[in-house]
Design a protein around this ligand. Sequence first.
Ligand code: AP5
Length: 187
Amino acid sequence: MRIVLLGAPGSGKGTQATILTKTLNVPHISTGVLLRQAVQDQTELGQQAEAIMNRGELVPDDLMLALIKERLSQDDAKPGFILDGYPRNLSQAEALDGVLAELNAPVEHALLIHVDVDHIVDRLAKRAELENRSDDTPEVIRKRMQVYEEKTAPVTGYYQQQNKLTQVDGLGDIEEINARISAALGH
Ligand code: AP5
């Protein structure tokens, strides 16, 4: 199954993908995780991305496309994937369709996890205490939300036009939300 998870920062994409990867037996591909690893390893990509991520802005599309293309071409992604954090703007959505057309493996489902802003701020403030992620400061969270509204939210329309979009309520217990997602996927 080939799935794109959409939703604001803190909506639970990573949390739900961690469960889905086991039940669907396809890899969870998170561009945020891949980028944080690159930063930690201080690769060329990591060095280019670090300051941008710390400001809550988007890493340039060409760097992201190279990263995702390489990851999707790996063998474990052949049976499918759960994409978390990509695409993040319309140009990335179009680029992804291009890459997947070459692989003859189009996106099947785009799932939007909806959570209101108050709950998101609450969740990210809690995560900041636990995980110390450098972009979970109040100022950078505000910036990430703004970038989401301006650039990422329109991506939902892109998948709606393709009749691939389902919105899921992202409030409640993690298991409850997972059940909603599984039902939406018919799984
Ligand atoms: P990324 O890592 O993708 O960050 P994000 O989209 O802001 O997502 P988060 O990881 O904050 O949230 P999430 O939706 O995964 O929620 P989670 O499950 O963690 O990107 C980071 C940066 O990398 C970007 O700002 C950008 O700079 C760069 N980047 C990444 N991809 C890019 C791209 N394609 N193009 C350009 N730049 C890119 O949950 C959040 C918290 O809530 C957790 O603590 C969790 O335990 C808790 N939680 C989850 N579910 C529940 C629940 N049901 N109830 C209560 N708490 C819950």
